[in-house]
Design a protein around this ligand. Structure first.
Ligand SMILES: [Ca+2]
Ligand SMILES: [Ca+2]
Length: 305
């Protein structure tokens, strides 16, 4: 029965209208071992998260404000990661566990903001980003028990940079490097439908704070410091429209198990024993459609101040 329901949901995910844009033509592939996409575990998920080790998907929804052309509007940045969790054993508190998380950045999407312009983050960037290691504390296994992570420190196009050091502003700065190996400084993003390319460097600092929902899901909010500099652009207009500040709304995260254990869905669609970014892109559409990790629409109230 669970498989039947799942197949129906997957078909719905395939046929949903997603508007226009270069990321909107993706479909859930049909590469499951049984030809039917991800398969749910045999048992229903347990209420308690007593065995967190395994592979999860992390969904981040970062609410920012973009100021340009005399306007200040919400710009949401969504990022999807694979997370391999190791259980390091009991922590200091009663029932507490220490976890190690190995994160791999897979894909990122940005909502349209000023003048309906979208920033596109090419999927190939993920191939050049190193994995990140974080620790986390799970205060207990029952729904409502707290979950905290150490800080996720990520950079685009920067060789070395301090936590708060001002970012380079020129391509000739020795801290800048061509991380996505396309011959342009920093990392290349695309604005609009090929309106222009921007060559950027960026630093993000993220810290998760959430709680257990059930045996296969943790949800909560996160703090995010985002610094971004456009080093060069193919049109000068595109270089200026990038002042990003935090919004008035909370950032949201969802961590959901995707390895088939404990009643979770299994997104190792090609059965090679690993869940890669191609499979995360399928999981992303599936959980968006299922309502588990669904990107919300920008809110006009987010940046009114
Ligand atoms: Ca580059
Ligand atoms: Ca796989």
């Amino acid at each position: 029965m669970r498989r039947l329901l799942l197949t129906t949901a997957l078909l719905a995910a395939c046929s949903v209208e997603r508007g226009t844009g270069r990321f909107d033509d993706q479909h859930v592939t049909d590469a499951g071992a049984d030809g039917g996409g991800p398969v749910a575990g045999d048992a229903a998920p347990p209420e308690d998260l007593s065995s967190p080790a395994g592979t999860w998907m992390l969904f981040l929804e970062n609410s920012t404000c973009l100021r340009a052309l005399g306007q200040n509007k919400e710009q949401i940045i969504w990022t999807w990661y694979t997370v391999d969790i190791e259980d390091l054993g009991p922590g200091g508190g009663d029932g507490e566990r220490r976890l190690k998380q190995n994160l791999r950045f897979c894909t990122q999407e940005v909502s349209a903001a000023i003048a309906n312009l979208k920033t596109y983050v090419p999927d190939r960037i993920a191939e050049f980003l190193p994995p990140a290691k974080l620790e986390a504390i799970l205060a207990g296994p029952t729904p409502g028990d707290r979950f905290f992570s150490t800080e996720l420190f990520e950079t685009f196009g920067l060789r070395t940079i301090g936590l708060d050091e001002p970012l380079p502003t020129t391509a000739s700065d020795e801290r800048v490097f061509d991380q996505d190996e396309d011959g342009h400084p920093g990392v290349t993003l695309v604005l609009g439908t090929d309106l222009c390319e921007i060559y950027i460097v960026q630093r993000t600092r993220t810290r998760l704070s959430g709680e257990v929902v059930d045996g296969i899901r943790v949800e909560g909010t996160f703090s995010a410091d985002l610094d971004k500099v456009v080093l060069e652009a193919t049109q000068s207009l595109c270089a200026t429209a990038n002042e990003v500040t935090p919004s008035l709304l909370a950032n949201r995260f969802v961590l959901v198990r995707i390895d088939g254990r404990n009643g979770a869905y299994d997104f190792d669609l090609n059965d090679d024993g690993d869940i890669g970014c191609d499979e995360i892109r399928d999981a992303r559409l599936f959980f968006a459609e299922a309502g588990t990790a669904t990107p919300r629409d920008p809110d006009p109230a987010a940046c009114e101040q």
